[in-house]
Design a protein. Structure first.
Length: 372
């Protein structure tokens, strides 16, 4: 008669208890090789990150002999400690005949069909399926044994090998240029690349859009190394990760001198070619400008060094630049206006003066006779 699901679950739990007791009995020595079972190969990572959601793969090759009808090969990975317990996880075998218990655990029970054989097993331990483990040395033990159909340990069939996985904190690394300070989960980090231990889950990364080192040099955020263009982002992390914020160095181009029409002033990427231009003439300021006074372009200068006498040019932004526009004053129009005004004023004066004389009344002279 087939066993009910409840009965099967009970048997599986009994096997878990049995394996724990088996572990206690045969793991007093760091490495035990029995006569009827042998762990011939064991592969595991030397290190892992704490709180890593990715399971750790442990592979083993188990050989056995002298098995009888009804015997079971039981293999599991146990956590060395008090109390000893089977590490949570999933186990697969090749061929896929490994029966796991109803609860997820790195335990495999295989019905032996021959008196001897070889099983290749893979255990997926820890990670999202397992319990979190702090940093330090994680001491584990893989144990194999034969049991009878009544879950009785076959004498001298137990094999055991201890191994250690170094568990380090899960690290989130944010790479930024020197002088740039990132925020990780709202906490400002020291300027430069930052590394913080974290747990698996969502984390917020924030970097400044612009960092100005002087009034002539700054760093401008471009993108993250994974392509994201958002300086403030939330990432979901299941293992140690590195995010790099890529910045572009920029230099400022300034233009001095009365140059309202000048084009080119601003911030530019380092190494870029920047066009500059200015009008050939500009009006003077003040009343002279109202009278038509002009400034005529002469040349571009930088730090009193002549650059070009063309009003249009190109600047390579290998660093900050401060350019000065040299002008020559043209007073032709104001002087013409002043001369015309002076002539008009003089003419007006003479005309008014003449009219005033012609309109003045004449005096009559009386003649009187003298008596003799």
């Amino acid at each position: 008669m087939a066993l009910s699901e409840g009965r099967r679950a009970t048997l599986r739990v009994h096997r878990i208890i049995f394996l724990c007791l088996l572990f206690i009995s045969i793991t007093s020595l760091p490495s035990v090789h029995a006569q009827t079972t042998s762990i011939t190969e064991l592969h595991y990572p030397a290190s892992a990150a704490a709180s890593d959601l990715n399971p750790i793969s442990v592979t083993a090759t188990i050989s056995y002999r002298d098995s009888r009808p009804g015997y079971m090969l039981v293999v599991g990975i146990l956590n060395v400690g008090a109390p000893s317990n089977i590490v949570p996880g999933i186990t697969t075998s090749s061929p896929d005949q490994c029966a796991n218990p109803s609860i997820l655990a790195a335990l495999c029970t295989i019905q032996t069909n021959n008196s001897q054989g070889v099983e290749h097993l893979e255990f997926k331990i820890g990670g999202i399926l397992g319990e979190s483990h702090g940093s330090g040395n994680w001491i584990l033990n893989i144990t194999a044994a034969l049991t009878t159909s009544n879950n009785t340990l076959v004498q001298n069939s137990g094999s055991s090998i201890s191994f250690t996985i170094t568990v380090s904190p899960m690290i989130l690394t944010v790479k930024v240029p020197a002088g740039v300070a990132a925020l990780i989960d709202g906490v400002k980090q020291p300027p430069g690349p930052a590394q913080v231990p974290i747990s698996a889950g969502s984390h917020n990364l924030t970097v400044p859009v612009s960092v100005e080192f002087s009034n002539e040099t700054r760093l401008e955020f471009g993108r993250w190394s994974d392509g994201s263009a958002a300086p403030n982002r939330t990432v979901k992390i299941s293992a140690s990760r590195t995010y790099e914020a890529i910045y572009v160095r920029q230099y400022q181009l300034r233009i001095n001198g009365q140059a309202n029409s000048a084009i080119g002033q601003g911030w530019y990427d380092a190494g870029s070619n920047t066009a500059i231009s200015v009008a050939d003439t500009e009006p003077m300021s003040g009343i002279l400008g109202l009278l038509g006074g002009k400034l005529r372009f002469q040349a571009w200068y930088e730090e009193n060094k002549f650059l070009t006498n063309s009003s249009v040019g190109m600047v390579v932004m290998g660093g900050p630049h401060t350019l000065t526009v040299l002008w020559q004053a043209d007073y032709t129009a104001p002087l013409t206006y002043i001369a015309v005004i002076m002539v008009v004023l003089i003419l007006a004066y003479f005309i008014i003066h003449r009219l005033s004389r012609s309109n003045a009344p004449r005096r009559r002279v009386r003649k009187t006779k003298r008596s003799t």
